[in-house]
Design a protein around this ligand. Structure first.
Ligand code: ADP
Length: 201
């Protein structure tokens, strides 16, 4: 099943002499359960493309369909709701809330949507991510790898249609990077989670 379709996507920043064509007429599609890498040098437009796929920024022209929904035909409020339910995002620098503990951070997308995380679901996610012993710890009490694992939990908790990861191992040492890649591969295989990941190598 096709989960994401991109048609003639264009993003231009600025105007006139300052214009930058960051995404220039891109078209592709992704099937459910695929694990896709977006590879390219710095400044080639990877983050811009990822933000367009996730409804974070509007394209200059072109279409993005997620599960058949033309997301930029929606108004901003509806895009925000759609994104919260259907898109999980993992950032290089985790973007955790410093005053919330591990399980509270993981529950944010569900809480914002007025839903509760079942205890069994939270327990399962913590176990998968190796965070059971850290569930009540704050981000500043965690290693970089543990913080990134928490942000993966936050991205997966809603069972989104797609997970977008922007250089998820870019800030981690080799061992933690391998753990994060293993977790992403496992969630791709075991949960049939579609993942689109930016990497420069
Ligand atoms: P990458 O993720 O591959 O490093 P980006 O998508 O961040 O590339 O950037 C692509 C190009 O768009 C770069 O030339 C960058 O300078 C430019 N760019 C990115 N964001 C903005 C912005 N908000 N305003 C103007 N130019 C931008």
């Amino acid at each position: 099943m096709e989960i994401l379709k991109v048609e003639h996507l264009v993003k231009q920043y600025g105007k006139g002499d300052n214009a930058v064509l960051a995404v220039n007429d891109i078209s592709f599609s992704v099937e459910q359960g695929e694990f896709v890498a977006i590879v390219g040098s710095s400044g080639s437009g990877k983050s811009t493309l990822l933000h367009l796929l996730g409804g974070v920024d509007r394209p200059t022209s072109g279409k993005v369909y997620i599960q058949g929904e033309d997301i930029y035909s929606l108004n901003s409020d509806k895009i925000a709701i759609f994104r919260r339910r259907q898109v999980g995002i993992i950032y290089q620098f985790y973007n955790l809330m410093p005053i919330l503990n591990v399980e509270e951070n993981m529950a944010i997308p569900m809480e914002l949507d007025g839903r509760k995380v079942e205890k069994a679901q939270m327990d399962d996610m913590l176990l998968r991510l190796g965070l059971t012993e850290r569930r009540t710890h704050l981000p500043n009490e965690l290693s970089g790898g543990q913080q990134q694992r928490t942000s993966i939990g936050r991205a997966l908790i809603t069972r989104p249609s797609i997970v977008l990861a922007d250089e998820p191992t870019g800030n981690l040492d080799t061992k933690a990077s391998n753990e994060i890649m293993h977790l992403l591969k496992t969630s791709n295989r075991e949960l049939n989670q579609t993942i689109i990941m930016i990497t420069h190598n």
